[in-house]
Design a binder for this molecule. Structure first.
Ligand code: SF4
Length: 327
C-alpha cells in the first residue's frame, strides 16, 4: 500500500496542511505505514488494522520525514500546527521523541500529537512526548468490556494498563492535554457508561474534554453516530472545559489557497471524504477539488461510494483486511 503513495506523491510522510476542527491549518506527519496500530477500533475511518502491534520501532525513516518537513517549510507553506497523526498510532514509532525535538528546530509552530494513548504506560513513550505542546489522547470506554468492544486492543493492552498510562502522563506532562472521548451509539452512549467516564476523567484531569462521535463512515465495523442532542446532554455531565466537536464551521472553509492532486490524494488516504470535505480540509475552491478528484478517478487512484445520499471518495487501494499480526 505505501508503494502506491511512493509512485503518486512526492511527499510520503507529510500531508496537508488540512483544516482541522481543533488545530486550524494542520500540517500532518505520518510516522507509521498504513494501518499500523495498537487498536482496531470499530469506528476507524481507515478500515481494519492490518498490523496490530505494540512493537515500537523506526517504521519509516526519520531522516526522510524530517527532510519532507523541511521542504514544506522552505516552500513557505502556511500552517498553524505540526500534527503527528495519520495512518495509525504515531507513538509506535521509536523515533517520535527525536522527531519532535528536530521539528522544533525547523519551525516555531506548536507541535500536537494525536494518539490513542494506549502506550502511555511505557515511561519511554511518556518521555518521548514530553516536548510536545499539545497531546490529544483518546478514551472511548469506561470498562474492560466496552474498551474491548470499541477499541479491540492488542492483547498486551488491558483497560487498566491504558488508564494507568493516561494518569501517569498527566502527572508528568506540563503542557496541554485535550482528552478526546468518542461515543458509539448503542455501545457507549448510555448514561451509566458516561457517568463512569466522568469519574475516570476526574482522575486524569485533562485540560479539556472533547466529546465526539462517529463523524465519517467507518471503512469496516458497525459503529453508528450518537445523535447531537444526546452528545450535548452528555457534555453537560462532564462539566466545565468540555466541548462537543462539531464539523468545521462554514466560515473556516473559505478557500485560502491552492492544492495539487497529490495533496487531495494524501488527505483522502487518511480518511474518506466528500467533495465538500476535500475543499474544506485543504482550503481550496470546490471547483479545484472537483478537478483534482476527476483526475484521480480517471487515473484509477480513487473510488466512490454513496453514504446517506453523499458521494464519498476513498483510495482504490483500501481493502479491509482481517490479517492482524502481533509481534
Ligand atoms: S481510530 Fe485511531 S486508534 Fe483506532 S484503529 Fe484507527 S488509527 Fe488506530
Amino acid at each position: 500500500m505505501p508503494q502506491l503513495r511512493e509512485k503518486t506523491n512526492s511527499f510520503h510522510y507529510v500531508f496537508g496542511p488540512v483544516l482541522s476542527r481543533r488545530l486550524g491549518r494542520s500540517l500532518g506527519i505520518d510516522l507509521v505505514p498504513f494501518k499500523t496500530c495498537t487498536y482496531d477500533c470499530i469506528y476507524c475511518q481507515l478500515g481494519r488494522t492490518t498490523l496490530k502491534t505494540v512493537l515500537r520501532k523506526e517504521y519509516v525513516p526519520l531522516e526522510a520525514v524530517l527532510h519532507e518537513l523541511h521542504q514544506k517549510i522552505t516552500a513557505n507553506t502556511v500552517f498553524d500546527y505540526i500534527t503527528l497523526a495519520g495512518s495509525g498510532e504515531p507513538t509506535l514509532h521509536s523515533g517520535i521523541g527525536r522527531f519532535i525535538r528536530e521539528a522544533r528546530k525547523l519551525s516555531d509552530k506548536p507541535i500536537a500529537v494525536i494518539t490513542n494513548g494506549s502506550l502511555l504506560w511505557d515511561a519511554a513513550v511518556r518521555n518521548d512526548l514530553a516536548a510536545a505542546d499539545v497531546v490529544i489522547p483518546s478514551l472511548d470506554a469506561a470498562s474492560e468490556s466496552t474498551f474491548s468492544q470499541v477499541n479491540r486492543p492488542h492483547d498486551a493492552i488491558s483497560f487498566a494498563r491504558m488508564l494507568e498510562g493516561l494518569i501517569a502522563f498527566r502527572s508528568e506532562f506540563p503542557n496541554r492535554i485535550w482528552l478526546e472521548i468518542l461515543l458509539v451509539d448503542g455501545i457507549t452512549s448510555t448514561e451509566s457508561e458516561v457517568n463512569a467516564l466522568v469519574q475516570i476523567v476526574q482522575k486524569i484531569k485533562p485540560d479539556r474534554v472533547q466529546l465526539t462521535t462517529v463523524t465519517r463512515p467507518p471503512a469496516a465495523g458497525p459503529a453508528r453516530p450518537v445523535p447531537r442532542e444526546l452528545l450535548d446532554r452528555f457534555a453537560a455531565m462532564f462539566g466545565e472545559n468540555t466541548e462537543v466537536l462539531a464539523a468545521i464551521p462554514k466560515h473556516e472553509t473559505t478557500p485560502v489557497g491552492t492544492a495539487s492532486k497529490d495533496d487531495v490524494l494524501a488527505v483522502v488516504q487518511r480518511h474518506p471524504c466528500s467533495l465538500d470535505d476535500i475543499a474544506g480540509s485543504l482550503g481550496i475552491p470546490l471547483e479545484e477539488a472537483t478537478r483534482h478528484v476527476e483526475t484521480l478517478l480517471h487515473d484509477c487512484l480513487l473510488t466512490t461510494y454513496v453514504l446517506d445520499g453523499v458521494v464519498m471518495f476513498v483510495p482504490l487501494r483500501r481493502e479491509p483486511s482481517d490479517n492482524t499480526t502481533k509481534p
